[in-house]
Ligand binder design. Structure first.
Ligand code: APR
Length: 368
């Protein structure tokens, strides 16, 4: 079949809208019609050419929601008409990782996914006979896409897809880091570095689990109003204090129980670790630092009980946990609507990247 897609032909170049060829689903695969897709920093990172796994031409996008149109042989858990969210972190429920209780990083199709192809080693997308790479196993910048069955979360059919698409990455990354990875307890003091799309989701999850104090740290004071609406209790602008770590230790009465780095800057990662409470404070890295960058601290910080860890896709097991997060949204327990600041048709997708780079959007969503 033919499908409309925004194709990345080369690093640093705007996406181009094309009619591309899409082969139908093979064994274990599912054809999905996307209804909406978010545009995330990771798409921009790959498009910039800095992603070591990135290669072109490719159809980017990994934060979508849609409906099953067709299933290949052997697909049992999904059928035509099901509402789904694509998962760049799949959940096969069989590999060593899925069977281990401490990780969500299913490895069953990791190698081929990184190569931009389906698990059988081939691409379903092509243009004039030339294969186009899949991206993060999702390629949601195409109106129709093919995914492995294990990379789709089946969600309730009454969820608005123009909103819950954001659960495909940003919401789950922030909310999950608090709930599934850090397991923040009620009464905790939480510090969030970076009040963008990820940080705001960390804040609303911290509020949801009953944190007593939620301190936001950002160099942009324009972020304060929305962060307060989402649950931030205190704000620190690093430009207005002499020493951020001291300011945090002071305001949290000795240090945070949990800190979350949602910027992707190795200096703020260090600050986040060192503003944790001695003896038990835990710092979670969510932000993605530039290729080749390294973190550092004095080892004594860890010897004296602080814990440094990271979180990918919020520690969520997609097929199991994503439907639950959709329920939280539908029950009004988390707010997504106010985070989607811009929408546009696929034809205008490059505007979403411009808005992101200008810091004007929290999240842009493309509507098909
Ligand atoms: N100190 C404090 N705040 C900072 C600093 C800094 N040195 N540098 C940037 N910020 C703030 C920005 O002002 C902005 O509000 O961090 C926030 C980052 O927000 P976004 O740009 O919206 O990024 P977001 O989508 O939240 O993603 C954050 O997570 O997924 C990764 O790749 C993504 O690394 C990025 C991070």
């Amino acid at each position: 079949m033919k499908t409309k897609a925004a194709v990345a032909f080369a690093a640093g170049k705007p996406l181009e809208i094309c009619e591309v060829d899409l082969e139908g689903p093979k064994a274990g695969e599912v054809l999905v019609e996307l209804k909406a897709t978010g545009v995330c920093h990771t798409d921009a990172f790959t498009l910039s050419g800095d992603d070591p796994e990135g290669a072109f031409p490719a159809i980017l996008g990994h934060e979508g929601a849609g409906v099953v149109v067709d299933v290949g042989p052997g697909v049992r858990s999904l059928k035509k008409g099901d509402t789904v969210i694509p998962l760049y972190t799949p959940e096969c429920r069989e590999c060593d990782y899925c069977l281990h209780p401490k990780t969500n990083l299913c490895q069953s199709i990791r190698t081929t996914q990184g190569q931009g192809v389906m698990p059988d080693g081939s691409s379903r997308f092509s243009l004039d006979g030339t294969p186009i790479r899949h991206y993060m196993g999702c390629s949601t910048f195409s109106n129709y896409t093919v995914l492995p069955e294990i990379a789709l979360a089946k969600i309730r059919s009454d969820a608005p897809l123009d909103k819950v698409c954001y659960i495909g990455c940003g919401v789950t990354t922030g909310v999950g880091a608090v709930i599934f990875d850090a397991k923040v307890e009620p009464g905790s003091r939480v510090v969030v570095f970076g009040l963008g799309g990820i940080g705001l989701n960390v804040i609303q999850a911290a509020r949801m689990v009953g944190a007593r104090q939620i301190v936001g740290v950002d160099i942009n004071p324009e972020k304060v109003a929305l962060a307060k609406q989402f649950g931030m209790t205190d704000f620190i602008n690093p430009k207005e204090v002499e020493d951020v770590v001291e300011a945090i230790v002071d305001i949290t009465h000795g240090g945070a129980d949990y800190t979350f780095e949602c910027i992707g800057n190795v200096n703020t990662m260090r600050q986040a670790l060192e503003s944790c409470h001695k003896g038990w404070g835990e710092s979670v890295i969510i932000g993605v630092a530039g290729a080749g960058q390294e973190i550092s601290t004095r080892p004594f910080q860890l010897v004296t009980g602080r814990v440094w860890r990271g979180s990918a896709f919020g520690g969520a097991r997609g097929r199991t946990d994503v439907p639950t997060i959709v329920d939280w949204y539908m029950e009004g327990r988390i707010n997504i609507d106010d985070l989607i600041t811009h929408t546009m048709p696929l034809e205008n997708i490059n505007e979403a990247f411009d808005l992101m780079h200008a810091g004007k959007s929290i999240r842009s969503v493309v509507l098909y």
